[in-house]
Design a protein around this ligand. Sequence first.
Ligand code: URA
Length: 408
Amino acid sequence: MNIIEIINKKRLNKELTKEELEYAFNNYLKKNIQDYQMSSLLMAICINGMTDQEIFNLVDIFIKSGDVLDLSCLDGVKVDKHSTGGVGDKITLIIAPLVASCGVYVPKMSGRGLGITGGTIDKLESIKGFKTSLSEKEFLQELQDIGLAITSQTSNLCPLDKVIYSLRDVTGTTESIPLIATSIMSKKIAGGADKIFIDIKCGKGALLKTFEEASKLKDLMERIGKFYQKTTICEISDMNIPLGSNIGNSLEVMEALDVLKGKNGPLRDLALNIASEMISISKNISKKEALIEVTKSLDEKKALNKFLEFVKYQGGDIDSLEVSDFQEEIKSSKSGVVTNINALNIGKLSCYLGAGRINKEDKINYTVGIILNKLVGDEVQIGDTLMTLYKKNKQEIVLNVADYYDIK
Ligand code: URA
């Protein structure tokens, strides 16, 4: 077998055998196959897709590249949540402590930013000292002690996803249904939770742009979950406009903290909705009852306290969050009402400012990003600030406001 034959076979849209997939992916993990060869195979997969058989085989290969956590020593239900990613999607930072504060274990393996979408691990690393790569022992101990633990993929947990994920991020191979399903479901199964909730983001600011694509991913991930005997619920949610008002790593942690401290708005509503779904499947109660429970926990600041406990446990100093001193206000030259904010362009702008990666080795800047000072539905006068850019230096950013805001 050789990698060039495998790449060519996929390029010609022929089905790869399990042995061929094992050869390509396991050898990439062992560094016997180069980045440029794996990029080429991933691009062929992106363009031609994969059969169900190939996808199920690949999920299995990803899972077996590391350990599968056995959480049976934890007495109670374990539920995990994942988002396919969107611009400004910091919802995990709210939901994970919220669900844990209601007495359900939340073991979570997360990823970094992917394409224009941010990642939970990068956001958490904007908190100085926060340790995102946990050993299995540390992960289990934290779950036992505080009911919540978040780790990145490690050399023992889904190592194949760790290396493929960072390659996809910088090779234009993020928007592939088979690769997204493999990446997410392998992490979720290796993470050991009994129940899995997936928030599938759909729209301009998401990896999947259409409802049709999102529905295909939903069906696929639910089938993978069933195969591994995990209750898997996928819900599709809109990602045409950014989620909330802050985009960028530390800025997003700050906004999540605001919600945990009691701020109202669409971010809180979505968090309550997903958290109640997770509590409902975990405790076998109706969604209405679950909503009452999670709302109480949020309002009584139990979720906030759980978040602070979790940050401290993983070595983070919440008071260390920083935003850049180089700020630029983008003003409106029109008056009217904001009818749309283009999530795709906002995501690209945030990456350009330094919140995302272009090359694998890039270090992201945790302090940069965007605050949307005006949101959809807000009235605007000429001269009002629409958004504030947090930049890595004082150089002025020249942009066309109409690429970001529709004002009618
Ligand atoms: N989240 C993941 O973990 N993987 C993907 O491919 C997309 C979102």
